[in-house]
Write a protein that binds this ligand. Structure first.
Ligand code: SAH
Ligand code: TYD
Length: 398
C-alpha cells in the first residue's frame, strides 16, 4: 500500500511499470555504473480522483543546473505560449502594472510576452541553466522552487499577485498542498491561478502511457483539480482543452465565490461518463498499456527479424518510459536523433541508446524512424520532408 500525497490515506498500487531511471537523465558512458533507478508504480486516490506515482526521485535530482528541457526547442510551443499569453491578457488583465508570477518559467518563453511596462513579472525556475537563459533575455527569473519560504522574500508579490501562471509544471510538484498554500499567499483577493497540464482523458484515449515518468507525479483530470482545490476553498471557474503535449487541459481557479458554472459542470459530467473520475478508468488503462507493450515488442522484433534498420527521433523524457517499460535497447534502435546540445553525445537513460545530432538524420538511411516526440509530429515531419519522400516510415507506439 502507498499513501495518497494529498489525503494521506492508504491506496493500493494499480500499475507497475517496473524499474525506471531518471527520465531526463541522459548520461555519459562513464556514468552508466552509478545510474539511479527506482520502481515506477501508479496508484489512484478515489477520494480526489487522482492518478499519482508511488515513488519518484527527489525534485532536486531532476531540476538542477543541468535540466535538459528547453521550451524554446519547439517553434510550435513558442507560438502556443504567445497565444496563451494573448488569451490571458484579453480575458484577465484589467489594469496597469498587473502582477504576474510564472512557475516553471524555464527559458522564459512564456514570460517574454509580458515584458512591457504594463506588467510586473516574476518567474520561479529551480533549474539553473534554463533560468539563466531567461535572465539573459531580460526575464526576472529566480533559481528557486515555488514555495512559501521563497515567495515571502518578494514583498511586491505577497498578497498582491493578480495572476499565477504555469504550464507542464504543477504535475511536477510532489507537495501540492504547499503549492496551493503558496498560491493562496501570493494572490490578491481576486487573483487567479491558471495552468495547463497533460490531460488524463487524452492519455487514456491515446494509451500514451509515456506521459507517465518521474517528473509527472500526477496526471490530472478536471475532477481531480476541482476536488483538490476545493479542499483549500478554491473554485474551478474555467477549463479549456489544449492540443499541446498530446492533449492537455488548461484550468482557471480563484477563491470560492459562486456556484459551479455550467461549462465546468458539463466537462465534469463527461468525465463521469467516460470513467475518467474513477478507478475503473485506470484498470482499463492498465490493460491497454499491457496490450500496447506486447504489440510494440512484436512489431519491432518483426522488423529486426526482417533485418530493418530502425532509429529514434526526439530524445524525449517520454521515450524513457517506452524504452524501459518495453525493454528496447540499442540492439533494436541504433540511435536517437535530437536537437538538444545537452543530450547529443550522451546515452538514453536506462537503455543506453546513443543520442545523435539531428543534422545527421539523413546521412544513413533508416527505413523506420520511431518518433518519440510524437506530440511534435507536424513540426518534425515538415522539417524532415525528404525522409518520407525517400521511402522512410515514421512509427510510434500509439
Ligand atoms: N513551463 C515550461 C517548462 C515545463 S518543464 C513549458 O511548458 O515548456 C517543467 C519546469 O518546471 C522545469 O523547468 C523545472 O525546473 C520547473 N519546476 C519543477 N518544479 C518546480 C517548482 N516546484 N517550482 C517552480 N518550477 C519548478
Ligand atoms: P517534448 O515532447 O517536448 O519532450 P518531453 O517528453 O521531454 O516533454 O520533446 C522535446 C524533445 O524533442 C527535445 O529533446 C527536443 C526534441 N525535438 C527534436 O529533436 N526536434 C524537433 O523538431 C522538436 C520539436 C523536438
Amino acid at each position: 500500500m502507498f499513501k495518497c500525497k494529498i489525503t494521506k490515506k492508504k491506496i493500493p498500487q494499480i500499475i507497475d511499470f517496473g524499474k525506471m531511471p531518471i527520465a531526463n537523465g541522459f548520461l555519459k558512458k562513464k556514468d552508466f555504473k552509478r545510474e539511479f533507478f527506482y520502481n515506477m508504480g501508479v496508484s489512484f486516490s478515489k477520494d480526489i480522483s487522482l492518478l499519482q506515482l508511488n515513488n519518484h526521485p527527489k525534485p532536486e535530482m531532476m531540476f538542477n543546473k543541468d535540466y535538459p528541457f528547453f521550451t524554446s526547442s519547439s517553434n510550435f510551443m513558442k507560438n502556443h505560449f504567445k497565444n496563451y499569453a494573448n488569451w490571458a491578457k484579453k480575458k484577465y488583465v484589467k489594469k496597469n502594472e498587473t502582477k504576474i508570477i510564472e512557475i516553471g518559467s524555464n527559458d522564459g518563453t512564456f514570460l517574454q510576452n509580458f515584458r512591457s511596462k504594463n506588467f510586473l513579472h516574476l518567474g520561479f525556475e529551480p533549474s539553473k541553466n534554463v533560468s539563466l537563459i531567461a535572465r539573459k533575455n531580460g526575464i526576472n527569473s529566480i533559481v528557486k522552487f515555488f514555495n512559501r519560504k521563497n515567495l515571502i522574500k518578494f514583498d511586491k508579490f505577497v498578497n498582491k499577485t493578480d495572476l499565477i501562471f504555469g504550464a507542464n509544471v504543477v504535475c511536477h510538484i510532489p507537495d501540492l498542498v504547499e503549492f496551493i498554500l503558496t498560491c493562496d499567499l501570493a494572490l490578491n483577493e481576486n487573483g487567479k491561478v491558471i495552468f495547463e497540464e497533460p490531460y488524463l482523458g487524452s492519455m487514456y484515449k491515446k494509451v500514451s502511457y509515456d506521459q507517465i515518468y518521474d517528473e509527472h507525479i500526477f496526471m490530472f483530470s478536471i475532477t481531480s483539480i476541482k476536488k483538490i482545490f476545493e479542499i483549500f476553498d478554491f473554485q474551478l471557474i474555467d477549463v479549456l482543452p489544449q492540443n499541446t503535449h498530446g492533449g492537455s487541459m488548461r484550468y482557471v481557479l480563484e477563491r470560492k465565490k459562486s456556484k459551479l458554472n455550467r461549462k465546468v459542470k458539463k466537462y465534469l459530467e463527461n468525465e463521469k461518463k467516460e470513467n475518467i473520475n474513477d478507478v475503473s478508468g485506470v484498470i482499463r488503462f492498465k490493460k491497454n498499456c499491457e496490450l500496447s507493450k506486447e504489440k510494440l515488442q512484436y512489431k519491432l522484433n518483426d522488423l529486426k527479424r526482417r533485418k530493418k534498420f530502425i532509429c529514434g527521433y526526439g530524445a524525449t523524457s517520454k521515450s524513457t518510459t517506452i524504452l524501459n517499460y518495453c525493454n528496447i535497447n540499442s540492439k533494436t534502435i541504433d540511435c536517437i536523433f535530437d536537437t538538444t546540445p545537452n543530450k547529443i553525445g550522451k546515452y538514453s537513460p536506462g537503455m543506453h541508446i546513443p543520442i545523435v545530432d539531428y543534422k545527421n538524420f539523413n546521412k544513413k538511411f533508416y527505413e523506420y524512424a520511431f518518433l518519440f516526440a510524437w506530440n511534435h509530429r507536424k513540426e518534425i515531419e515538415k522539417k524532415e520532408k525528404t525522409y518520407l519522400k525517400s521511402g522512410g516510415k515514421w512509427i510510434t507506439h500509439l
